[in-house]
Ligand binder design. Structure first.
Ligand code: MN
Length: 130
């Protein structure tokens, strides 16, 4: 079976490097985009198995990008996990309302990150909606 492909949409280089490290260590292929607009393009072009979506980004934020992804027949089935330093419940609710399938709080807990990513990829491969 081919390696699962995960798109990271993140404007912060340190956060990006950490997430890339964790994903590559877990054996996944990593694609990247630096803001929501680039993320939309990459998702439509590459059809990744999973998208990790930062929320606060220039050009287009993660809430907006997720809304677009979930409104598009081509991309709506790709699971989106929000990467959020936004610890207010309202921000998480906004992410879920925008269509995110879950969220990972920053700073990242490595064990729960690995587990959640693996679970969503397994569901996506099985053709289940997360
Ligand atoms: Mn950001």
């Amino acid at each position: 079976m081919s390696k699962p492909r995960v798109l990271i949409v993140e404007d912060n280089v340190d956060n990006f490097e950490l997430v890339r490290f964790l994903l590559e260590r877990a054996g996944y292929e990593v694609l990247s985009a630096a803001n929501g607009l680039e993320g939309l393009d990459a998702a439509r072009r590459e059809h990744p198995d999973l998208i990790l979506m930062d929320l606060s980004m220039p050009e287009m934020d993660g809430w907006n990008a997720t809304t677009h992804l979930k409104a598009d027949e081509e991309t709506r089935t790709i699971p989106v996990l929000a990467l959020t330093a936004h610890t207010l419940p309202g921000d998480r609710k906004r992410a879920i309302d925008a269509g995110c399938d879950g969220y990972i709080s920053k700073p990242i807990n490595v064990a729960s990150f690995d587990k959640l990513v693996a679970t969503l990829l397994r569901q996506a491969r099985a053709g289940l909606r997360p």
